[in-house]
Design a binder for this molecule. Structure first.
Ligand code: ZN
Length: 274
């Protein structure tokens, strides 16, 4: 878990782009909004880091100066249970992401595991676990020790990433970090989160299996918060965060990234003060 609940956007907020902000300006601008986390998007990356080391380092030093915790969203072109060549290329993509994460001081690379494909689900899943162990071994041989891998819960039944699978990975593979995408879980289970108890059940399951320290990376959402019909209701999750005294990093991936991150921060504040 983080030192406190932290909030931030997945990627550069639209307004910052309009203002012509450079990457190294982002932490200061987020701080001015009262946000304290930023997820760098490396989602189109190939097998090499697609940013200069010096740019990553200056983002990192600005983030530390402004008390913004960095994470990195890994390449979408990862499938750890495909054909051998696909898996090997996917491993290299993850290592490239971890390398850049290390440069900038990001604590985790969040990523999507892949697709079951035509093979049996449990067989596909074992392949993922083994591939991930290889990635961690490579990271260690390169001296990447402070970056964790955060496989994410996925929204579709043909994607690897049920809550149980992600928890199993966190139990079995070193240097991993739970990443719950609540709106993906909600979608996977056709609207699982209708009341506070539904959120609590997930948190209790995580606590039972991993201990509560590992509920680090929290909420991600795909739709604008005010449209309550989409995705789960953050106010309910906020109650559970407060109840369990959790300190998650909550990343907003709605179209108005930072604005919704601020809203979620304020919702949690209100609940905590109650
Ligand atoms: Zn994702």
């Amino acid at each position: 878990m983080a030192d406190r609940p932290r909030f931030g956007p997945a990627g550069i907020p639209p307004l910052f782009k309009i203002l012509g902000a450079r990457l190294s300006d982002i932490p200061r601008l987020l701080r001015e909004e009262g946000l304290d986390a930023f997820e760098y998007q490396a989602v189109r990356w190939g097998q090499k880091p697609q940013m200069k080391q010096e740019d990553a380092e200056s983002l990192g030093s600005e983030a530390r100066k402004n008390d913004v915790l960095l994470s990195l969203h890994g390449s979408y072109y990862v499938n750890l249970c495909g054909k051998k060549e696909v898996v090997e290329a996917s491993k290299r993509r993850l290592v490239a992401c971890a390398t850049a994460a290390q440069w900038m001081g990001a604590y985790v690379v969040v990523f999507h595991m892949g697709f079951y494909g035509r093979v049996e689900k449990s067989y596909a899943f074992r392949n993922c676990v083994n591939a991930l162990k290889d990635v961690v071994a490579t990271m260690n041989s390169l001296g990447i020790q402070n970056v964790k891998l955060g496989p994410e819960t996925m929204g579709r039944v043909f994607q690897v990433g049920s809550l149980d699978e992600i928890l199993t990975i966190c139990e079995e593979v070193e240097q991993t970090q739970l990443a719950i995408d609540w709106s993906h879980l909600h979608a996977r289970h056709q609207g699982q989160f209708r009341k506070v108890d539904d959120f609590r059940a997930v948190v209790e399951e995580v606590e039972r299996r991993l201990g509560i320290e590992y509920t680090g990376k929290g909420e991600r959402r795909h739709h604008v918060l005010d449209e309550a019909r989409y995705g789960p209701d953050f106010a309910m999750l906020a109650e559970v965060i407060a109840e369990f005294n959790m300190r998650p990093v909550i990343i907003s991936e709605t179209p108005i990234l930072d604005v919704d991150a601020v809203k979620m921060r304020d919702i949690l504040r209100k609940v905590t003060e109650k």
